[in-house]
Design a protein around this ligand. Structure first.
Ligand code: GLU
Length: 469
């Protein structure tokens, strides 16, 4: 049987780290098994679901490259299927109408709490054959078995067993006829041929109820795999405060999609001591058996380390594709500066994020406002006047504006003056970039072009002239 998994987000917020990790694990498992990965938007809660959130989830998945083989399907377009399933259960006596009013349910709850028992529906309409109370639109409840147990062998947690006594008769359709989550999810998973349900640990309490619905609908129960929670560095459940932010926010903050995926795969899964995995490696190595049972902790430092690793090692053209967005965001029109791939080659050594890299590229796209005070104080002194002047003269007529000949020009000035390389190179760097560190001067000048380079040298010379000392 072909493996089929699904990622089934509710569009009530953005795609956050936990959701993206679930999607990634579904995707990897499916790819490794040669199966199909389905995307289903669970938008039956009309009040909380928004188009904006659906878009955010789809954009996040696309940015991460987690492309589904099928879908997105929308639950809001599948109401007929749910209604048919509810009717089927009613017809077969496996579901029933319950006329309890909210007040009745509330007083049932209060009484149970007062007696110290777990609040639950007491099944008072389970075998009701009398005259229904007037003016109450009934809900439909599933007739859960009252004895025995539900057991499954969770692909992550191992064997789990829950006594049916623990489960009350859950509502499968509200009084307005709209179906509830536990019904829709089972109907969809059956009809979409899902073989493996991989989802967050927070759904584990729904699973025994859902298995009972599968049985009532006489369908094959899929394999369940519940992924452990993700905690913040402080051991509390991951939340916004820890950076459980939207996947697209990570894009805005300068992370590469492959770096984020690599980081996410290690949240709850491991393969020996390996930390860096290409997409192909993730696919070939991923097994549900290797998913940890214990929760994992989110660690921003590690994410930054991995991001830096990808910035340095991914092909420059690929990094540039992402960097382009950041550069445009910061500088608008990029036509008066070098192509983004040049920026990657110049600045990839130092930057942890693309946002940082884009910020460091300011001198390539616009005139910097002022020199870094310390660097200018140290390097743009009267002693730098002659080296800079000589350089300017040579550069003005240099024929071949390429790193190699630019480097030779600098070397020529160093030799002619009989000074150390730094006496020329350092003032030049401050002149070109406005600061005391940066990539090689030859590369920078090649990227800036002749006119800008000469303009910056003039500016530095004027600065030296104007110095008070
Ligand atoms: N729609 C559910 C959620 O977003 C997931 C349902 C499932 O995976 O079974 O939490």
């Amino acid at each position: 049987m072909k493996v089929r998994t699904r990622f089934a987000p509710s569009p009530t917020g953005y795609l956050h780290v936990g959701g993206a990790r679930t999607a990634l694990f579904c995707y990897l498992f499916t790819r490794r098994m040669g199966g199909e990965f389905i995307l289903r938007v669970e938008d039956t809660d009309r009040e909380r679901s928004t188009q904006e959130s659906t878009d955010a989830i789809l954009n996040g998945m696309a940015w991460l490259g987690l492309t589904p083989d099928e879908g997105p399907y929308f639950q809001s377009e599948r109401t007929d299927h749910y209604k048919a399933a509810v009717q089927q259960l009613l017809d077969r006596g496996l579901a029933y109408r319950c006329y309890c009013s909210p007040e009745e349910l509330e007083s049932m709850r209060e009484l149970q709490m007062a007696r110290g028992v777990k609040p639950r529906y007491d099944g008072r309409y389970r075998d009701f054959h009398g005259e229904p109370p007037a003016g109450v639109d009934p809900v439909i409840r599933f007739r859960n078995p009252q004895s025995g147990a539900v057991a499954w062998d969770d692909a992550v947690k191992g064997p789990v067993e829950v006594a049916n006594e623990e489960l009350d008769d859950l509502v499968i359709a509200r009084s307005d006829g709209s179906p509830t989550y536990n019904l829709t999810v089972v109907v969809d998973d059956i009809q979409m041929g899902i073989t493996h349900v991989i989802r967050g640990d927070d759904h584990v309490s729904n699973t025994p109820r859902q298995i009972n619905i599968y049985r009532a609908l006489e369908a094959q129960v899929p394999v369940f795999a519940h992924l452990p929670m993700i905690l913040g560095d402080d051991g509390a459940r991951l939340s916004k405060r820890h950076g459980a932010i939207s996947v697209m926010q990570y894009r805005d903050n300068g992370y590469l999609p492959d770096a984020l995926l690599n980081y996410l795969v290690r949240l709850g899964w491991s393969h020996g001591d390996q930390e860096v995995f290409s997409r192909e490696e993730m696919v070939s190595m991923f097994r549900l058996e290797d998913v940890n049972r214990a929760p994992s902790s989110f660690n921003t430092e590690k994410l930054n380390w991995i991001n830096h690793h990808y910035i340095q090692n991914q092909p420059a053209e690929e990094v540039a594709q992402e960097l382009d967005w950041h550069l445009q965001h910061m500088y608008g029109d990029l036509t008066n500066g070098p192509p983004p791939v040049t920026v990657v080659r110049l600045l990839r050594e130092r930057a942890e994020t693309l946002q940082e890299m884009a910020g460091q590229a300011d001198f390539l796209y616009r005139e910097f406002e002022q020199y870094e005070e310390k660097a200018a104080g140290k390097q743009l002194k009267p002693a730098a006047r002659e080296p800079l002047q000589r350089l300017r003269e040579q550069l003005e007529t240099l024929e071949d504006w390429e790193p190699e000949s630019l480097q030779q020009t600098i070397q020529g000035v160093v030799d002619a003056l009989g000074v150390g390389f730094g006496k020329v190179g350092q003032p030049l760097r401050v002149s070109l970039t406005g600061r005391g560190w940066g990539p090689g001067n030859d590369q920078v000048m090649a990227a800036l072009g002749r006119d800008v380079t000469l303009g910056r040298l003039d500016r530095a010379l004027a600065f030296i002239e104007a110095r008070p000392d």
